[in-house]
Design a protein around this ligand. Structure first.
Ligand code: ATP
Ligand code: MG
Ligand code: MG
Ligand code: MG
Length: 555
């Protein structure tokens, strides 16, 4: 079953959307919900196989947990509320609340709590390749951002900090192997998020214009960082550490997610930069990359802070502004320590996020209450801003987040009281890491990076077949094409054979280019003399060979 389309769907804004639909790999069932057709399923499975092999190689054990989950574990960690509209919630016939799993930290923590009792049971790394559900505000860009999508998620459990560091390192190495084998061009960027507890975190980004992340990239020293992941190493502000520091109760400080029609901008507006003020003072400036927020969906009341859209002029007028982060998705209601702009002079007085939920601190002094020059990354608003590492002008590029690795620490173990019996016979709190690969997203990222004017163009390891055999002619050609396909198949070569009757050779050639299998074998005019043509999909190089030569070449 294969049907190609001459034209891309009218709403296709990205290469992957246009080509994967045209070439018959996927079909859109609803916004952000996709069916995988035979060719697409092959590619998806190939990506999953590579991921599985590399996870197994670092000692990961594959499991499969449910996607339909009771809400209670997510209440224990507060994420049932924090996730807001991103979480698919549903009820069973008895009225009990369920969610469709967006990510599974809670459930894996419970599983390990149930299965592991001693430090001897650790370290353990569990993973699954599973369907995830997130009610994304704008499911667009084809299968890059689905509301239902396939993720490999793994979780490491260690008794010690050193153990966690090692589990993280192993995952990092595995991810390097995975993305290299997939043939993706990628960068590893630091994505340290102070709001999550300052643990180590890195993202794997695949540069592509269709990407929704912006990353800063230094051409001089190789420094790279996600501009969405504003990260910093401020000394925590714990309440009133110094005279004059005042704690403000601001439980409803708006986040990007809770900004409502208060902003008086059309529901379709793209929200780029935000300025949050409390009592007329600047509390935070959000520069959430180019992330788009569907304001039409946000309807909660705002208080007590005032929020306005910030423009480049604000920055020009107030170079001393504290640049901050209003909070990544899913973190609504949490307090953040806001980012210090490296250009903020020591001694400047700020409002910061306090190191406590729902609070800010006023009169915090840069250089006294946190170390100004200890920031790790810069929120980059303009290309050409100085690299924090070497001072050269930074480039800004668009990229697709294909993987994310995270040292969670004891956050989830604390929430569930996950402990094992330690070496000395005393209970030890377990420390965790969580690691994700966007399996379906990787398919789209590959399409974005490898396609050319003719269509898709897969790396061999991921391609839906090794050889695309085209019967270009009448019965003679079809018969020979099928016998070649049989011989190749028997030799273990994965073959896609186009023996469609009544379809012109021209259409078949165009379709073969569109589908993007790495080698195309054409059975055309030479068939009577037992000659065929081999064509390399990427380079376009052609070779005229006998059938036996061609088969020898491909096996
Ligand atoms: P994004 O910033 O693109 O929304 P995320 O940071 O929310 O992604 P994680 O929670 O880190 O995503 O999930 C791990 C991986 O799952 C991501 O690195 C990405 O590759 C993939 N992923 C996340 N959301 C989606 C989605 N809606 N559709 C497809 N893949 C996704
Ligand atoms: Mg997300
Ligand atoms: Mg992200
Ligand atoms: Mg992420």
């Amino acid at each position: 079953m294969l049907k190609t389309l001459r034209d891309a769907p009218a709403d296709a804004e990205t290469i992957n959307h246009a080509l994967l639909v045209r070439a018959g790999y996927v079909r859109r069932s609803a916004a952000g919900i996709w069916s995988w057709l035979p060719l697409g399923k092959q590619v998806l499975d190939n990506v999953a196989r590579v991921v599985r092999e590399e996870m197994d190689a670092i000692g990961g054990q594959e499991v499969l947990l449910p996607a339909l989950l009771p809400k209670e574990p997510y209440e224990v960690t507060g994420r049932y509320e924090e996730y807001g509209d991103l979480l698919f919630r549903l009820k069973d016939r008895k009225g009990a609340d369920y969610v469709l799993g967006p990510t599974h930290e809670e459930i894996f923590t419970q599983l390990v709590q149930d299965q592991c009792t001693s430090y001897k049971d650790l370290p353990v790394t569990l993973y699954q390749i599973q369907t995830k559900y997130r009610d994304e505000a704008r499911p667009r860009a084809g299968i890059l951002r689905g509301r239902e999508f396939t993720m490999k998620d793994s979780y490491s459990f260690d008794a010690t900090d050193e153990g966690l560091a090692e589990s993280y390192r192993l995952h990092r190495e595995a991810y390097i192997k995975i993305f290299t084998r997939l043939g993706l061009d990628y960068r590893i960027v630091s994505a340290v998020s102070g709001a999550m507890g300052g643990s180590a975190s890195e993202e794997f980004l695949a540069p592509a214009p269709a990407g929704e992340d912006t990353f800063a990239d230094c051409p001089a020293c190789g420094y790279a960082a996600n501009t969405e992941a504003v990260s910093f190493a401020l000394t925590p502000v714990e309440g009133a550490a110094h005279p004059g520091i005042e704690e403000l109760d601001t439980p409803d400080t708006p986040t990007i997610e809770t900004l409502a029609d208060h902003l008086k901008v059309p529901a379709s507006a793209t929200l780029k930069n935000l300025l949050v003020t409390i009592d007329g003072e600047i509390a935070a400036v959000g520069v959430p990359g180019d992330r788009e927020v569907d304001l039409g969906k946000l309807s909660e009341a705002l208080a007590p802070a005032e929020v306005e859209l910030v423009t480049a002029e604000h920055f020009a007028q107030r170079p001393d502004l504290v640049r901050g982060y209003v909070g990544p998705q899913g973190m609504a209601g949490k307090a953040f320590r806001y980012l210090a702009d490296p250009r903020v002079a020591p001694g400047t007085s700020w409002i910061t996020g306090a190191n406590k939920a729902g609070a800010h601190a006023r009169n915090v002094v840069a250089g006294r209450d946190f170390e100004v020059d200890q920031y790790l990354d810069v929120v980059v608003v303009e290309p050409g801003d100085p690299c924090p590492n070497c001072g050269a002008g930074l480039n800004l590029d668009r990229a697709i987040e294909i993987g994310h690795i995270f040292q969670l620490g004891r956050k989830y173990a604390d929430a569930f009281g996950l402990e094992v019996l330690g070496r000395e016979g005393k209970p030890v709190r377990v420390t965790m890491g969580s690691y994700g690969v966007g399996v379906s997203r990787a398919v789209a990222a590959l399409a974005e990076q490898t396609a050319d004017e003719q269509g898709l163009c897969w790396p061999r390891e991921i391609a839906p077949a090794d050889v695309h055999v085209v019967a270009a002619g009448k019965a003679v050609q079809t018969e020979l094409a099928l016998s070649i396909a049989d011989r190749l198949g028997a030799a273990g070569v994965r073959v896609l054979a186009d023996d469609r009757a009544g379809v012109s050779p021209g259409v078949k050639f165009t379709d073969a280019e569109l589908i993007g299998v790495p080698t195309i074998l054409i059975v055309g005019r030479g068939a009577a003399e037992g000659r065929v043509e081999l064509k390399d999909r990427r380079t376009g190089e052609r070779e005229d060979l006998t059938v036996d030569e061609a088969i020898a070449r491909l096996t």
